[in-house]
Write a protein that binds this ligand. Structure first.
Ligand SMILES: [Zn+2]
Ligand SMILES: [Zn+2]
Length: 122
């Protein structure tokens, strides 16, 4: 049982590492099903939770649904309000000056910008 769980989790992680689309659990479920037809959506959710707790994936919210990300290097996100696309934005330098965080220690952060992607703008 334990071995099977590990294999399933690896496949889910693999799928997430190989996409830049920040998919929903349902999308991941459809992809894993192509490899393992016996997997349930509940199992996918459970594994996503474990992976997130292990710090191997990120979870973000698009306002309605949880979306998952296999890229854990620090980066920001842009979400298109029209088509729902989530784009990775690389960040560099230090935190903006308007963030005042004396006496706090930052372990992780989430930057989510909202607007319209280039495709929806044109
Ligand atoms: Zn768009
Ligand atoms: Zn991302």
């Amino acid at each position: 049982m334990k071995l099977r769980n590990t294999a399933q989790r690896k496949e889910i992680l693999n799928i997430l590492k190989n996409t830049k689309t920040h998919p929903t659990a349902e999308w991941i479920y459809e992809e894993v099903q192509k490899i393992r037809s016996d997997i349930s959506l509940g199992t996918v959710y459970r594994n996503l939770k474990v992976l997130r707790e292990q710090g191997k994936i990120l979870e973000l919210h698009d306002g309605t649904k949880a979306r998952y990300d296999g890229t854990i290097e620090p980066h920001a996100h842009f979400i298109c309000e029209k088509c729902g696309d989530i784009t990775d934005l690389s960040i560099s330098g230090s935190l903006p000056k308007w963030v005042s965080l004396e006496n706090f220690r930052i372990n992780s952060f989430l930057i989510l910008l909202h607007g319209q992607c280039p495709e929806c703008c044109s």
